[in-house]
Design a protein around this ligand. Structure first.
Ligand SMILES: O=C[C@H](O)COP(=O)(O)O
Length: 247
């Protein structure tokens, strides 16, 4: 099944009002040639979601959401609020949320359901730590996260998976193409086993130190259907360079 790649930028806790210029530069550089190669999306901090979405230039996403619609949850943002602000996507279960906010697979699953309830596409993140990789536990860990974080009813239309080895995030380190292939093939098999043939169309992004110089090799790997990009998504030239790496 041919799947149109998605290159999504996760700006994390970066960006002020002035950053709209960088967002506009990304959109301006997304020409017909790049459009033929990949879809783009930007997930800025909550404070910029509405401002970016109002530009109507590219799909925008949040970086997290609460599982509930509304209520006494100081500092949290619901999926409905993101949808109201103009978002298309929301990242859930990023390793920085799993670590900094003790998010379990059950919490990530509830957030994924919240995303669907609001009409958002969930970008569900999974990935092993360095100790888990060196301990030979990568597939066990990723398999458990995939099973526990995805609700019944996961489809290519409502969910994107992002495989992000924790040790590759922001470090400049990346797994070998063979290691990426092993994990992505494994995730694909798990998805098809549970959700049926439609799961061949679920996009599985790779994330972790993706940049223009390594994108061609990583994006060519079987079952890699795009990238979730952190640092290199903050500069239009780098982000567009990753999309341009597609043949
Ligand atoms: O969500 C994005 C990932 O955490 C990757 O971040 P990075 O590209 O800065 O390594």
């Amino acid at each position: 099944m041919s799947v149109k790649p998605l290159v999504a930028g996760n700006w994390k806790m970066n960006g002020l009002k002035a950053s709209v210029a960088e967002f506009e530069a990304i959109a301006a550089g997304y020409d017909a040639a790049l459009k033929a190669k990949a879809e783009l999306a930007i997930c800025p901090p909550f404070t910029l979601v509405a401002a970016f979405a109002q530009k109507g230039l590219l799909p925008v996403g949040g970086q997290d959401c609460h599982a509930k619609v509304s209520g006494a949850h100081t500092g949290d943002t619901s999926a409905e609020m993101l949808k109201d602000a103009g978002a298309t996507y929301v990242i859930v279960g990023h390793s920085e949320r799993r670590t900094d906010h003790a998010e379990t697979d059950a919490i990530v699953k509830a957030k994924t359901e919240a995303a669907w309830r609001a009409g958002l596409i969930a970008i569900v993140c999974v990935g092993e730590t360095h100790a888990e990789r060196t301990g030979g536990k990568t597939l066990d860990v990723v398999g458990t996260q995939v099973a526990g974080s995805l609700p019944d009813g996961t489809t290519a239309a409502n969910t994107v998976i992002a495989y992000e080895p924790v040790w590759a995030i922001g470090t400049g380190l990346t797994p070998t193409a063979a290691d990426v292939k092993e994990v992505h093939n494994f995730i694909r098999k798990e998805l098809v086993k549970r959700f049926g043939a439609d799961a061949n169309g679920i996009r599985i992004l790779y994330g972790g130190s993706v940049k223009p110089s390594n994108a061609a090799e990583l994006m060519a790997v079987e079952d890699v259907n795009g990238a979730l990009v952190g640092g290199a998504s903050l500069k239009a030239a780098d982000f567009l360079g990753i999309a341009a790496a597609y043949k």
